[in-house]
Design a protein around this ligand. Sequence first.
Ligand SMILES: Cc1cc2nc3c(=O)[nH]c(=O)nc-3n(C[C@H](O)[C@H](O)[C@H](O)COP(=O)(O)OP(=O)(O)OC[C@H]3O[C@@H](n4cnc5c(N)ncnc54)[C@H](O)[C@@H]3O)c2cc1C
Length: 414
Amino acid sequence: MNSINHFNVVVIGAGPAGCQCARTLAKLGYKILLLEQHETFQKNDFSSAATPQETLDKFNLPETVVGSYWQKISIVTTNINHTWASPKTLGAVLNFAKLREFLAGEVKNYGGQVWMGCRYTEHFQENGKTIVEMRRFGGDKLTVTTEVLVDATGPARAVMYDKKNSKPQFLTAAGIEYLIEVEGREYDKYANDLIFFLGHKWMPKGYSWIFPMESAQQRLKIGVARFNLEHKQIVETKSMRWYLELLIQDYMKLEKYKLIDTHGSTVKYSVGLKDIYYQDNVIAIGDAVSTINMLGGEGIRHGMENAEIASKYIKRYLDKHLFSFRPYQREMQIRYAIKWNISEQMGRRRYMQDSDELIDKGVKYLKSLTVEDMMKILFEYNFQKLYKGLGKYIQRKLKLVWQQINNFFMAKFS
Ligand SMILES: Cc1cc2nc3c(=O)[nH]c(=O)nc-3n(C[C@H](O)[C@H](O)[C@H](O)COP(=O)(O)OP(=O)(O)OC[C@H]3O[C@@H](n4cnc5c(N)ncnc54)[C@H](O)[C@@H]3O)c2cc1C
């Protein structure tokens, strides 16, 4: 079978960024095709999907996509632990499959098409048209034409980088997670709390976590993530699964639990945001342009925000008020470059250099901060409070580095 359809926009990849972009443009009345290689959203349900309350409000997300809410943040290191609690809800752990299912449903409700189990293979220009080729699960080749093509394929960057294109240098991290069911009294210990494990005992060169999911089923997400870089002090590490078991046996001391699912994925972040943002009428969004923050691995909110920015420029392009996506790249880099650069530097220090003693020292200092301060650090990337805990000399040095980075990016992108 070989069918030809024409669309205003074809979005490749139904992650949070691709779905949100397709949702916004379909709502505006454009003819949209959203393409996803997996047949169902349960098949790549890879993300822990913790997010602040802002994400639910800003993107009008219903309760049905929420696994659980949280109002506490805890940090556990090799030697110490501390919890910051709030009387109000601070955020949610989303059901990642349900989130994308909901967003894709919205695309359909607004008149767009969603083709699941359909893998993008290539695109090319012919007689002034952009031809997109894809293969349906089972073998059928399909061809469509489009005015704008969106690369929302996450770390694969499958549209922007064909085999001929050399990719920039990426900072990579791998993460795996168990979804487990536990007994009621065990679940209650972890309800409402985002627990992060730092320190060499729990996950050298990375971090691990326990997040609550649906309380009715007493489900928890237990995960570990690790950077693929050399550590100054740590030479040998064990397998990722070994550290997952360590959490279950040593920290949780679980005698009984039911493993529901094991999933994981890779994050590929372009240092200095050197991704290709656009090429003629092809534009990249979400993790395909490194919208994930490398310090804490938060990417859903930023991918969706980025989709909104991209949609604004795609609309102008389709309406013939814009002829190049250059302003899109500029807005993205002005918005993210400085904060992302500082987060990356902090991440490198934390995960690739710091000794256990330094990690403990850092968390000891954090104990003096309020839960509001912690939210600002973790989700607004506002590090002012952190600087105050450092010595005057380091404060001055950091201020200088901050100014230099700021000047560099302002000169480059304004
Ligand atoms: C283990 C782990 C835990 C995480 N935890 C959190 C967290 O707690 N909070 C948070 O905010 N973020 C978290 N993240 C990051 C977050 O999940 C990502 O940043 C986010 O999913 C990126 O969205 P995206 O739409 O850009 O890309 P993706 O979600 O990666 O979606 C890309 C889509 O494109 C599809 N695709 C790829 N190639 C093709 C092709 N050729 N044809 C068709 N489809 C294709 C893929 O199947 C996929 O569905 C985590 C990531 C990992 C790996």
